[in-house]
Design a protein around this ligand. Structure first.
Ligand code: GTP
Ligand code: MG
Length: 232
């Protein structure tokens, strides 16, 4: 699909679109750039919060519960594709109301207990408004997918004042992340129509990942019980 956000307003070849279209494309391009910018700022805010939590945990407990943090902001093309898929107007208001995964932050933790601890510490903050939490760790998806999903809204302070921006935060363990990234690749390879045998194998692998998470957590508790890595 053509991306109005990237489209030149005037090609200077004598075949420019009529003025009304030029104005329309310019407006959409500006709107999309603004949406993208606001979500980039929101991701920066969340990344700063996560970095502070990580350093504080390390300082207090000499223990880092966060293994890795990743983020992404949907491109204007990708937002437009979702606009078309949802059948909504390409206006900032409709996009903000209906598309909540423009900004995404993924936090990978060492252990299951850490995923809950980190999400709680993040959502507890007074400038974070929780819109929705989905606990796919306690209630995995039928295919075995596990993760904590939180839709949060945080204020981004612009020159015109604060703007509330939604960010989708996913928190999972290394084992859950390993599984999800392979499942994602397989899903795309088969364009969603994954053969039944492969689906069953993936679900079985998710159970193995769960066993690994449990075993690692037990080992960790055992070792910590001896005072290793303790702050005291
Ligand atoms: P969409 O984001 O539009 O799909 O709607 P939703 O908010 O109902 O989605 P959900 O909270 O179930 O999942 C949002 C995101 O979680 C997806 O975009 C993926 O990144 C991830 N996710 C959810 N289910 C799966 C899954 O079965 N496999 C993998 N690999 N990732 C998943
Ligand atoms: Mg999504």
């Amino acid at each position: 699909m053509a991306d109005p956000a990237q489209a030149p307003a005037d090609r200077g070849d004598g075949e420019s679109p009529p003025p009304a279209d030029v104005a329309f494309v310019r407006r959409i391009r500006k709107d999309f750039q603004r949406i993208q910018m606001e979500h980039e700022f929101a991701v920066d805010e969340v990344l700063t919060k996560v970095s502070i939590l990580r350093k504080e945990f390390l300082h207090l407990h000499r223990y880092n519960p966060i293994e890795h943090v990743g983020s992404r902001v949907k491109s204007p093309t990708s937002i437009l594709q979702k606009v078309a898929r949802l059948g909504i107007e390409p206006t900032p208001e409709a996009i903000r109301a209906s598309i909540h995964d423009i900004a995404g932050v993924r936090i990978t933790c060492s252990f299951i207990a850490d995923t809950y601890r980190v999400l709680e510490a993040l959502t507890f903050q007074t400038d974070v408004r929780v819109i929705r939490i989905k606990d796919y760790i306690t209630h995995p998806k039928p295919n075995g997918y596990k993760s904590l999903h939180a839709l949060i809204e945080i204020p981004v302070f612009l020159s015109t004042g604060p703007v509330p921006v939604t960010v989708e935060v996913q928190v999972r363990t290394i084992a859950m992340d390993f599984w999800a990234s392979l499942e994602h690749k397989i899903y795309y390879k088969y364009d969603g129509a994954v053969p039944a045998g492969l689906v069953a194998s993936l679900t079985e692998a998710a159970q193995l990942a769960e066993l690994l998470d449990q075993r690692m957590e037990e080992l960790h508790t055992e070792v910590r019980g001896t005072g290793w890595e303790s702050a005291e």
